[in-house]
Ligand binder design. Sequence first.
Ligand code: SF4
Length: 348
Amino acid sequence: MKNVLSNKILAWYDNHKRDLPWRSYQGFQDKIYKVLVSEFMLQQTQVKTVIPFFTNFIEVFPNFKKLSKAKLKKVYKLWQGLGYYSRAKNLLKTAKIVQSKYNGRLPADFEILKSFPGIGDYTASAIMAIAFNKDYIGIDGNVERFIARLFGYKNNKKKFKNSILLKLKEIKSKKNFSLFAQALMEMGALICIPQNPRCNICPVNKNCISFKKKDFNYKILKKKVNIKRYYLLYAKQKNKILFLKSKKKLLQDFVNLPLIEYKKNLFNIDFKKNYFFFEGKPKIINRDFVHNISNIKMLIKIVLFKRILKINDNQFYWIHFNKIDNSLLSNFSKKFIKLVRTENIKYV
Ligand code: SF4
């Protein structure tokens, strides 16, 4: 039974795997490097989003040597639009370590991989299996869903993750570690998809408990969503837009619209005292714009200013409209500048 399952999964993968850019390589070292870059990019991000970023990135930085000499700003620029910029920073740090300490060769050692910036248990396992064909399995959301449904596990116990891991150890291929790890991910991504799993074409439907019971819901625990409220201060004058330096270290290299968190009372921020002097009354658009980051739901009210007279706080600064596209605009700021433009949100 164990081998029957892994054989079915491997045979399906052989016939249906996607033609992804990190699956095409010239030689072993090229493969290792591409697997590493793709694993960094795929953290929290879908395959179809990653593909164009990966292709551009590899064109500019085709190997550890080139990447290790890169300036962080250039790496960020190629990452722009992909989000979670700590990954870009950590990938660059990792490349520098690999180049200087390991002569440009990524070590095939789980513990050493885990010691690199931005590589945790999952990424180290995925690299060990996919790149080095070692006996590891990276359990991402796709693999978890596929195995949970196949064996009818519900995510309502602390033992859930452990049960998945034990089951995988039992059914895994005994030699094709790399192919098997990729096949599991691909099954979750293409067949055992979150909504309406494609059971009629699934190679293991005869073995699947969820299919037998017609019960595909394995996620009992829901992530708690935190709601936070913000003012977005939007000021545009003389073709310049007002921005705010971020206090968060990670965002300091980016250009961000001013975002001020508030608690209950909407009108209790004294802008004049805290930030700047302005003409007239700030105009608050009485509508909550939503922006989600991980499990935080941001409810944002846009505050418009007629004219800023004097800035009190040197964290605020202006950028000319024409130069904004050349700046490292954060995803959040890009979205809201577009929104203000397209919805024609104005002071008057
Ligand atoms: S039969 Fe359906 S639920 Fe079961 S593993 Fe296949 S796609 Fe997923």
